[in-house]
Design a protein. Structure first.
Lengths: 415, 111
């Protein structure tokens, strides 16, 4: 990959014990079953406007995927401290989760509602602990951070015919620049790349990886066929897209032109810089319903892969943000931008009016990534958006041919 | 993106020279007269922004190309300048669902 020396303006972040650095320093409050959701949420409400974010898993039954994602999220570089809120009788491995967070050097505390004596006592103790944790984080300082320590993800939602001709290729240009600086970039949704599998195969770093990519897309097509439903939503057709493969090609444009360095699954952290494809479609027979029931489920998986921030392209106009990691909204459609300007960070739709080129919007996105990494609030952060969703899924681990490129040991290199 | 050929209306976008469809950069009403590859065409149907229209006449079974890649098969003859959408183009992969009358999901596969 690229040299570890800075190409231009340096970044800064909060250092973590695993060598990664965070661009935010938040207290995560996590409920470990839906029955503890309300109490955990009430704790965060006492800190409105402060970096206290709610995450969690609603299920009472154990799930290896949810366990892995929760562990990755709560040791994510943007997280500085963790409060776990348990009912007490749910099956989530809270002690294992607590031990992993503690081993990462972060302050962590677990409140079990049944042991603490109910809603009010748990709530009061939770608020007291978060207040202490915020004071702890307040004393922590940022350190210099290199571009090759940054992980940037992209996702699309509310796509229309403009997505594939403005915002998505502009993000592709930004990805090429970021990868050139050594960053890891992740694109996703094999189910939305049906029809692009052979294009991607040609870009894979090795023939074996190319075969894995083709297999992952075939798996996605099979999965969606069993469900009798693609990722294609009614709003997509209103916006001018006719078929799944047409939508796929537009979505595919987000990946840019870099070689594909690896195929990962939710919770796998890219071992090097370069372009990674995230396979979000479960393995095995269809279980638990749709792979990702909404855009935020994908954003959560990207964050679980270590993404510091997500570039979200939208044509019809999504307003979502995310807990834990900033979302940069790149609006593809100039009419949507007019209507939802306060929710958008970048107006890529001006490309349609000849007011900017793809390269110009791509450079604007890179510059915004730099600023957001330095603490600038995105539109969704400023509006207080902190969506989060995590549901049941099942995955097999990735095979050895999925990650053909292993990290080169560089002095002081973090990844 | 490739430069629009001079003989095609600038409100239409050709994404790849191999494409047989064009993308509308803004909404175009029915009856609008414009040039497509040097041919004067009167739009038989309105075309919304970012929707597609035929760059040349298309027959049943033809593949529609966008970005130089196949996006589906033609189900009914399509005239030059005509809107290409779910009523005349079918995915070669998965069925397309649309909301009809704002009511419910309707299966629009044509076979």
């Amino acid at each position: 990959m690229s040299s570890p020396s800075m190409i231009d303006a340096p970044l800064s972040g909060w250092p973590r014990s695993d060598g990664r650095k965070g661009i935010r320093n938040v207290v995560a409050v996590a409920y470990l079953v839906e029955c503890a959701h309300f109490v955990a949420h009430e704790v965060t409400l006492a800190f409105r406007g402060q970096p206290v974010h709610l995450v969690g898993f609603p299920g009472c039954y154990p799930n290896a995927y949810a366990d892995k994602v929760m562990r990755r999220l709560l040791t994510h570089p943007n997280v500085g401290a963790v409060l776990l809120v348990s009912l007490g009788c749910e099956s989530f491995d809270k002690r294992g989760l607590e031990a992993e967070v503690a081993a990462s050097g972060r302050p962590v505390h677990t409140l079990t509602i049944q042991e603490r004596g109910g809603t009010r006592k748990t709530l009061n103790e939770g608020i007291e602990w978060v207040r202490w944790a915020l004071a702890e984080l307040d004393g922590q300082a940022r350190v210099p951070m290199r571009w090759d320590e940054l992980v940037v993800a992209t996702v699309c939602g509310g796509s229309d015919g403009t997505s594939g001709i403005t915002a998505n290729p502009a993000v592709g240009r930004a990805f090429d620049t970021l990868i050139g600086r050594g960053a890891a970039c992740i694109f996703e949704e094999t189910g939305e790349l049906v029809g692009c599998e052979f294009h991607m195969q040609r870009r894979a770093a090795t023939p074996e990886l190319g075969d894995e990519i083709v297999r992952s897309v075939a798996k996605a097509a099979r999965y969606y066929e069993t469900l009798g439903h693609g990722s294609f939503a009614p709003g997509n057709a209103d916006g001018g897209l006719t078929t799944q493969e047409e939508k796929s090609l537009g979505a595919y444009a987000k990946s840019g032109d870099s070689p594909i360095a690896g195929l990962i699954k939710p919770g796998d952290i890219p071992p090097t810089g370069g372009l990674y494809l995230l396979d979000v479609v479960p393995d095995g027979e269809v279980r638990f319903g749709f792979p990702n029931i909404s855009d935020n489920a994908e954003i959560v998986e990207l964050i679980a892969c270590g993404a510091h921030l997500t570039l979200f392209t939208t044509g019809r106009g999504s307003v979502v943000g995310s807990a834990l990691a900033p979302v940069v909204k790149v609006c593809a459609n100039p009419e949507t931008y007019e209507r939802l300007a306060e929710d958008m960070d970048v107006n890529a739709g001006r490309i349609l009016h000849g007011a900017a080129t793809l390269d110009e919007v791509g450079a604007e996105i890179v510059s915004l990534v730099h600023d957001v990494a330095h603490g600038r609030e995105t539109a969704s952060e400023a509006l207080g958006h902190r969506e989060f969703i995590l549901t049941y899924k099942a995955f097999e681990p990735i095979g050895p041919s999925c990650l053909p490129i292993q990290p080169v040991a560089l002095p002081g290199a973090a990844r | 993106m490739n430069p629009v050929p001079p003989a095609t209306d600038p409100r239409l976008l050709l994404l790849n020279p191999a494409d047989n469809c064009l993308v509308a950069c803004r909404a175009l009403p029915a009856g609008e007269r414009l040039l497509i590859d040097g041919r004067a065409v009167t739009l038989p149907r309105p075309v919304a922004m970012a929707h597609k229209l035929a760059r040349r006449p298309l027959a049943v079974g033809d593949k529609v190309l966008r970005y130089g890649a196949v996006i589906g098969s033609v189900q009914r003859p399509i005239a030059i300048g005509e809107h290409i959408h779910t009523d005349n183009l079918k995915s070669d992969y998965l069925p397309t669902y649309t909301l009809q009358d704002g009511a419910k999901y309707v299966f629009t596969q044509h076979d």
